[in-house]
Structures are given as C-alpha cells and as structure tokens.
Design a protein around this ligand. Structure first.
Ligand SMILES: Nc1ncnc2c1ncn2[C@@H]1O[C@H](COP(=O)(O)OP(=O)(O)OP(=O)(O)O)[C@@H](O)[C@H]1O
Ligand SMILES: [Mg+2]
Length: 401
C-alpha cells in the first residue's frame, strides 16, 4: 500500500485517499485496506451514523453467500468494519463499470441459487435485510465466484411472526415492496417482513437476468408501478420459464401470494423441473385470462332475477345438440331453428339454448361440440314458466374453455 495508508491499529490500515475508495454509500465510505497481510475492504462509518444492528446482525451471520465481518475497530470519530475484499458489486458489474480481472460468473441459475440460499439463511437467523438492491450484492474475487449479500446497515431482527416494526420508510425506493412504499403515504402498522425482502430480491433477479431492465419500469415511474402492481416488462419475459416460474411469483403484489425461498431454491436446484412447471402455469394463465375477458361471469339464478340482462357471461357445457325441427320451422317461410342443450356450471341444471335466426344458427351451431365447455356472452336469457331459454343473437360470443 502507498504512503497514503492510515494505520487504525497494529494490524489494520486503509488507503485514506481518493484512489483508495471502493464505494461511497449513504452512511459509510468503503476503502481498500490491509488486515495483517491480507487485502480487505474497510467500511468507515461516522460514530453518529453507526447502526448497532448492522454489527450485531453481521456477528450472527456465517454463510458463503453472506458478507463476513472479519474484524471491528473504532476511534473517537469512526467505526471501521473489516470485510473480505470483493471484485465488484452487482450494479457496477451489470453497468459495465467493473474494470478489473475478468470475472467468471457462474450460470444465471447458479447466481440466483447462491443468492436465494444466502437470503434464506439470513431469514433463518431471523434477520430481515430491508435494503436489497444490486449495489448491495457483491461478487467475490474467489474461484469459483461467490455471490454475496452485503450492507446490513438497515437490517433488523424479526419477531416470532417473521416481521419487524417499521417506523418510517426504509430501503431504496426502486427496490422496495408495495407494502413498504405504502408506509410513506399512511403510517399504518405495515411491517417489513421476509416477504418484503423476497419482493426486492425478485426485482433484482429480474434486473440481473434481463440485464439492467427493472420489472417495474424506469426510475421516475418505478415507484408508482410497484404501488399499482404494474409489471411494465411483462411482455418481454412472457416466454421465459425461469422468470415466469421463479421470479414473477417473487414479485407478487400481495405479500401473502409471494413464493417462498424454499420453493425458489427447490426449482433452482433442479432446473429441469422449470419448463414443466411453466407449461402447467401457461394453461392456468390462459384460463385466468379468459375469466378476465369475461369479467361478468354470472350465475343463471342471479341472472334470471335481474331486469337488465345484458353484458353478462355464463359458463356452460354443451350436453346435447338437437336436430329437432320445431313448430315454427315448418311454417312456410320460417327457417328451421336448431336447438342445443347446455348444462350450467353453476349446477342449476340444463337449459335449452337456441340460435334465433338461421344466420346465427349457421354461425354458432357447427362450432359447438357436445361435451365441451364454453363461455357464452351477449346472449338473451328468458324464463318461460319452468323452462329457461338461452337465445343466441348475432353479436353473441361463444368462447371455448
Ligand atoms: N467488501 C467489499 N468489497 C468490495 N466492494 C465493497 C465491499 N463492501 C462495499 N463495497 C462497495 O462499496 C459500496 C458501498 O458499501 P455499502 O453498501 O456497505 O455502504 P452503504 O453506505 O450502506 O451504501 P448505500 O447506502 O449506498 O447502500 C458498495 O455498493 C460496493 O460497491
Ligand atoms: Mg449499500
């Protein structure tokens, strides 16, 4: 080390010059240093800015994918936290700012797996990180490379339910869960939790896999989109099995809907299962899209009680197509009306359905298959005594399920 080195104790020194600075954060400055004869990172924090929890939590953590506190010194003005010297943080790496020796990053899945294991370990020690972002993930200089969770400056111990009280807005805006953002607008008793860490980790995983694209959009709109649960980059990843199966469930809007880290690890440890899970998911997705299209899915019994009978959708199964020629069809000039019978998904029995005119009949009748289920919308329902009749009109729509 050059002449700018400052000795903190007999075995610890740091390069207290501009060239010695590795990182400059909100509370600390991180310098190149020497501890015995090892190159290390020395995080220098003003005594007034010290968060005792950072040190306390670091002391209990001991995992390959979590930064290890090697040593601690202090003087009147500063605390000095000594860490393994890493090659880069993930943000600088992804932005191409890292200029050192080439880094042999493990496969994408391995990177996510290491980070998931590290975070799961942190949570098993009842610590919530609360400031997850790419700048707080380090890439080791070792071979093989390790991904490392760092910066426990905001971390907190949880209660028995896995959450911790939150007295104000914590974390970095772009990466925090919606329930934490809500804290700013109304100081309800929202608590940061393991699930809010999982949300942030999911955003970071996305940012890593689709380099530098945030799932919730650009910096000026990202907070609003997180609050509304609006994933901006959804189209981009519609066909990406890892993102769909692992990452999107991590950034679910409601904390209780988020995937657990145990499940994430299970997928990543055996990634062969991911494509199969994706196929199942796609089927479910298309079903839920259909239901979304047919927002006004309604029970027949409710429908018959309503005066206004438009704009609704029913779900029904065609049980029998009928070729009967009925009374009106044999009247001169009146085309035959074909009927079919549908079984209703609401369990209220069978109803007779008909296509009102020959034109409608030709349009719908050939499409219907006995035994298949459909969403039927924009038709008319009438009750004639005990009988209920569903009439298909020109504008009616029949969507197979
Ligand atoms: N052990 C390390 N090895 C290499 N670089 C490090 C190490 N620790 C920290 N850094 C670098 O220093 C930066 C700041 O460190 P850290 O996140 O711990 O401080 P901070 O003051 O809490 O930062 P912020 O408030 O911006 O998150 C990191 O983003 C990283 O680039
Ligand atoms: Mg930091």
């Amino acid at each position: 080390m050059s002449g700018t080195q400052t000795w903190i104790s007999a075995n610890l020194s740091y390069n207290n010059s501009k060239s010695g600075i590795i990182g400059d954060g909100r509370y600390g400055v991180v310098f190149h240093g020497t501890f015995f004869d090892q190159n290390v990172a020395v995080k220098r924090i003003q005594q007034i800015d010290v968060n005792p929890r950072e040190e306390a939590n670091l002391r209990v953590l001991n995992h390959d994918n979590v930064i290890k506190l090697k040593w601690l010194e202090e003087n009147e003005t500063f605390r000095f936290l000594v860490f393994e010297l890493c090659a880069s943080d993930l943000d600088n790496y992804l932005k191409g700012k890292y200029k050192g020796q080439p880094i042999k990053l493990p496969s994408d899945v391995q990177v996510l797996l290491q980070l998931s294991r590290g975070l799961d370990y942190i949570h098993t020690k009842n610590v919530i990180h609360r400031d997850i972002k790419p700048g707080n993930i380090l890439i080791s200089k070792t071979d093989p490379v390790r991904m490392i969770w760092a910066d426990f400056g905001y971390s907190k111990l949880t209660n028995n339910h896995g959450s911790t009280s939150q007295s104000g807005f914590r974390g970095t805006h772009c990466w925090v869960a919606p329930e934490i953002l809500r804290l700013r607008s109304n100081s309800t008793n929202a608590r940061s939790s393991k699930q809010s860490d999982i949300f942030s980790a999911g955003c970071v995983f996305f940012y890593f896999l689709k380099p530098r694209i945030h799932p919730f959009g650009k910096e000026n709109s990202v907070e609003g989109n997180i609050s509304r649960g609006k994933i901006i980059s959804a189209d981009l990843v519609a066909n990406d099995p890892v993102i769909q199966v692992v990452v999107i469930p991590m950034i679910a809007h409601k904390s209780e809907d988020r995937i657990s880290l145990t499940k994430v690890i299970e997928f990543l440890e055996d990634p062969k299962g991911i494509p199969a899970a994706f196929e199942t998911m796609k089927t479910k997705l298309s079903e839920s899209t259909l239901i979304k299209i047919n927002k006004k899915l309604i029970w027949i019994s409710t429908l018959l009680q309503q005066e206004k009978k438009t704009g609704w959708t029913i779900q029904a199964q065609v049980i029998k197509k009928s070729q009967l020629l009925l009374m009106e069809s044999i009247k001169p000039g009146v085309p035959p009306t074909k009927y079919f019978f549908v079984e209703l998904a609401d369990g209220s029995g069978t109803i007779r359905a008909r296509a009102c005119t020959a034109k409608n009949c030709d349009k719908f009748y050939p499409l219907l298959k006995e035994g298949k289920e459909y969403f039927i919308q924009k038709s008319t329902l009438t009750a004639l005594g005990e009988e209920r009749i569903l009439s298909l009109r020109a504008e009616s729509e029949i969507i197979p399920i």
